[in-house]
Design a protein around this ligand. Structure first.
Ligand SMILES: Cc1cc2nc3c(=O)[nH]c(=O)nc-3n(C[C@H](O)[C@H](O)[C@H](O)COP(=O)(O)OP(=O)(O)OC[C@H]3O[C@@H](n4cnc5c(N)ncnc54)[C@H](O)[C@@H]3O)c2cc1C
Length: 529
């Protein structure tokens, strides 16, 4: 069974970037279909997990100082236009979307005294300029945002719908007319209804990809379970230009406990005075960088791995005793999580290790969020605006998600208002999904083993420190696995677990190839050869 629908704008992914874009479009009077995979809850997405905060502006308000910090953290591999754009427009968009439209209850310096924000500082920032809601900033923003999305009569929000492939004139049309066009055009997406198993054809004048990051391609990750790089995978099949895929950022401090998932211990703890100790109780960061614990993430992660390897220790420790604030009030989520595993952060050291955290690369987009494929936009973590260069500055990604989500919406509003819709003939010529799979053989043991291969290959060979030998081994492993998974995908009826494996496998393969091609050791792409 297959269904066919049309919408002016299809937004794929309901994290911060996708939901901001959908709401801005709806507020401007346009109908939007917003789809998001995962049926358990609305909380799927890295946006819900953000702890530290979102960049606003320092007390002196000088955007050039923020630009300098972003460029320094990104090793000047950044797109200067994107850096300037965020530094200059960031405060305005924060005020418009987060203060005025959503009324996010960011922490104030003094209780019952509105208007003076409690700005915090994180690694790589030269001044306090980060807004936060204790250590659950993402959750506080997303709760308000999603309730506005749900209340909007112009947004059709379909949870448990996972995008399978982008629809394009070159690849999915009947007849030959569209295949010989020089420019390819995005016409929407095939979307799997995770409950019925039906693949729907959603045709759209404009499509926005907002599916988030890739952290779950690694054995240890701070990301939500669906961060599998599905946008990279779909975009690569549609021959969309991808950029900086090798720059996967590892967060230096994920909670280390054998029974706990790699829960993030926010950088803001170091911003507020926590220090790092090795297993002998020695502070080591000042020996690696003059900024010590407040050096950018790539520097701190590499220092931690070096310390761990030096003596074969399984982790290092974060000592929060230097934090002057009330830990229970400032870091309630971390306190609760650590307590579950018998670590009391008001007394104990916190065992930590680095874990895959943020994807600096993705689908190349301009300042409006337009990609190289006509009518396709990408926003948030799945996109590459060039803002982060070779390494992301802490708390820059939530702002990037809001700003580019909003920009993309404004650009589409202008194009739709000018009547630039998908040509009717192209729309009619798009084929519905045809399943070539007949066998229902998505054996969970096969899928589980393939995931073990992907995650351990990425962790061991495409991790914090890379060599040509490791990357080549990864390339060979994933080339073989990709071809097996591809055959399996063709022969098997589509299901969500199979789709996840297919998307994840292809995204991992693309990252490996980018890492192998780039011989320069820089930022998150550390090569030791
Ligand atoms: C633990 C943690 C803490 C962080 N803390 C901070 C912080 O303090 N400050 C900061 O600036 N950044 C932080 N980040 C990074 C930041 O949260 C993310 O980069 C940002 O929220 C990404 O937003 P997004 O909209 O791109 O994606 P997400 O919020 O990840 O949303 C992705 C959406 O896409 C959907 N999706 C995925 N695949 C498909 C598919 N195939 N079809 C349909 N839907 C799909 C998901 O269901 C979800 O709705 C943190 C990240 C983590 C993991």
């Amino acid at each position: 069974m297959s269904e066919r629908a049309y919408t002016p704008v299809l937004v794929i992914g309901a994290g911060l970037s996708g939901a901001v874009a959908a709401l801005a479009l709806a507020d401007s009077g346009f109908e939007v279909t917003l789809v998001a995979s995962g049926h358990a809850s609305a909380e799927d997405g890295n946006s819900w997990l953000a702890q530290g905060g979102i960049i606003y502006k320092a007390q002196d308000g000088d955007p050039s100082l923020l630009a300098k910090d972003i460029l320094r953290a990104g090793h000047r591999h950044n797109n200067p236009a994107a850096v300037r754009h965020l530094a200059e427009k960031g405060p305005e968009i924060t005020e418009k979307v987060l203060f005025e439209r959503l009324r996010i209850p960011f922490a104030q310096r003094h209780e019952n005294h509105e208007g003076e924000w409690d700005l915090t500082r994180e690694g790589g920032h030269s001044a306090p300029r980060i807004l936060h809601c204790a250590d659950h900033t993402g959750q506080s923003i997303m709760q308000r945002l999603i309730s506005e999305v749900e209340a909007s009569p112009r947004i059709t929000f379909r949870r448990a719908h996972a995008a399978v492939d982008l629809l394009t004139g070159h690849h999915h049309t009947k007849g030959m007319a569209h295949r010989y066009q020089l420019e390819n055009t995005c016409c929407g997406a095939y979307v799997l209804n995770e409950i019925t198993g039906c693949v729907e054809t959603i045709l759209a004048d404009y499509t926005i990809l907002a599916t988030g990051g890739v952290g779950q391609l690694y054995l240890h990750s701070t990301n939500y379970p669906g961060a599998l790089g599905s946008a990279v995978s779909m975009a690569s099949r549609a021959l969309v230009r991808l950029e900086n895929l090798e720059y996967v950022q590892f967060h230096p401090t994920a909670f280390y406990h054998q029974d706990s998932p790699r829960f993030l211990v926010t950088e803001a703890m170091r911003g507020e005075g926590a220090i790092l100790l090795n297993a002998r109780g020695e502070r080591f960061m000042p020996g690696y960088d003059e900024r010590a614990e407040l050096a950018p993430r790539d520097v701190v992660s590499k220092a931690i791995v070096t310390e761990m390897l030096r003596r074969g220790d399984p982790c290092v420790y974060l000592d929060p005793s230097g934090i002057r604030q009330d830990l229970a009030k400032r870091f309630p989520t971390i306190l609760r999580h650590c307590r579950q595993y018998h670590v009391d952060i008001t007394r104990d050291l916190i065992p930590v290790v680095p874990a895959a955290h943020y994807f600096c690369g993705g689908i190349l987009v301009d300042l409006r969020g337009r990609s190289s494929l006509s009518r396709l936009y990408a926003v948030g973590e799945c996109s590459c605006t060039g803002l982060h260069g070779a390494n992301r500055l802490a708390s820059a990604s939530l702002l990037e998600a809001v700003l580019w989500g909003h920009n993309a919406a404004q650009d589409i509003v202008q194009r739709l208002s000018a009547g630039r819709v998908l040509p009717r003939r192209l729309r009619n010529d798009i084929r519905d999904w045809q399943s070539s799979g007949s066998e229902s053989n998505d054996d969970p043991a096969l899928l589980a083993q393939d995931w073990v291969t992907i995650r351990s290959t990425m962790w061991n060979y495409v991790g914090i420190i890379r060599t040509r030998q490791r990357l080549y081994r990864a390339f060979e492993e994933m080339r073989d696995l990709s071809s097996r998974v591809h055959n399996f995908y063709r022969l098997t009826l589509l299901s969500k677990p199979l789709l996840d494996l297919f998307q994840g496998c292809q995204a991992a393969y693309m990252i490996i190839q980018a890492a192998l091609r780039n011989r320069q050791s820089l930022g998150c792409h550390q090569r030791q050869d």
